[in-house]
Design a protein around this ligand. Sequence first.
Ligand SMILES: Nc1ncnc2c1ncn2[C@@H]1O[C@H](COP(=O)(O)O)[C@@H](OP(=O)(O)O)[C@H]1O
Ligand SMILES: [Mg+2]
Length: 271
Amino acid sequence: MSQSIADIMTRAAIAASAEIMDVYARPIHAEHKSDGSPVTEADARAEAAILGILAETGLPVLAEESVSAGRVPSLGERFFVVDPLDGTKEFLKRNGEFTVNIALVEHGRPTHGVVLAPVTGALYIGGPDGASRSDLVDGRPSAATPLRVSDDGPLRIVASRSHGHAALHQLCDALAVEADVSVGSSLKFCLLAEGQARLYPRFTPTSKWDTAAGQAVLEAAGGVVLTLDGEPLRYSDLSAPFLNPFFVAATSVPLARRAASVMASLLTPPV
Ligand SMILES: Nc1ncnc2c1ncn2[C@@H]1O[C@H](COP(=O)(O)O)[C@@H](OP(=O)(O)O)[C@H]1O
Ligand SMILES: [Mg+2]
C-alpha cells in the first residue's frame, strides 16, 4: 500500500529524531560553519536519515546541511525543505528546545509540515486536513489531537531564545504585550498553533528551512505568517543563501498586520 506524503514525512522525522537522541546521549562535539553557526554529528546523521526516506517520493529536497556542502538540486514547483536539527544552539545547551523540520512546498507555499521535538517527543503535523499534535511513545506517535489557534485572551508573545533583537521590548510596549517567553527553534510556530501564544515576531535572520515546516503547521491550525509588507511568507524563486525576509507569525491576519506595521517602523531609522 502506498503511504501518504504526510506519513513519509513523519517517518523521516522519527528516523532523524532517533539519530539525534543517539548523539544527545553522549558528549557532543560542535564545529562551526563558515557563517559561524554551530553544527554537530547529529545534524549530518539526521539529514542523511531524512534524505534516505524522502527519496522514496522522487521529489527534490532543499536541506540545510546539503546546501552547506554545496548540494542544491533544481527545485521546480514541488519540493521538500528540511532542517534536520533546528536550534543547534539549544541542542548544545541541552535544553530540549530543538526540532526536526520537514516541509513540502507546492507552488511557493508550505502545504504540509512536520515538526518533531526529539527530547519531549512532541510531534506537530500540518496539512490540508488541518493541524494536529501527538506524542512519540517508544518511537510511535500516540493518537493525534487537533490543533487550533486561539485569538483571544492575553497577548502572549514568543521569541527566539538565542537570536533576539533589541527592538523586541519596544514592540511589546507598543502592542501592550502581557507576557513574553523565549523558546528555541520551530517550537515557536507550534506554540501558536497550540493556542499557547499569539505572536512570534522575527526581526533577526532565518533561512527557508527554519520556517517552512512550522509555517505549514501554524497555517493549518488557522494562523498566518506575513512579511513586514503584509504578504504571506513564500518559498518561490529561491536562491542561495535561502534567507527569509523578516516576518511575523500570528494567530490572525489583523494581529499580524498590526505587529508587522510596528516592526517596520521600529526598523526604519527616523529621518
Ligand atoms: N545570522 C543568521 N543568519 C541566518 N540564519 C540564522 C542567523 N542566526 C540564526 N539563524 C537561524 O536561526 C535558527 C535558530 O532559530 P531560533 O533562534 O528561533 O532558535 C538557526 O537554525 P539552526 O540551529 O538550524 O542553524 C539558524 O538557521
Ligand atoms: Mg534551523
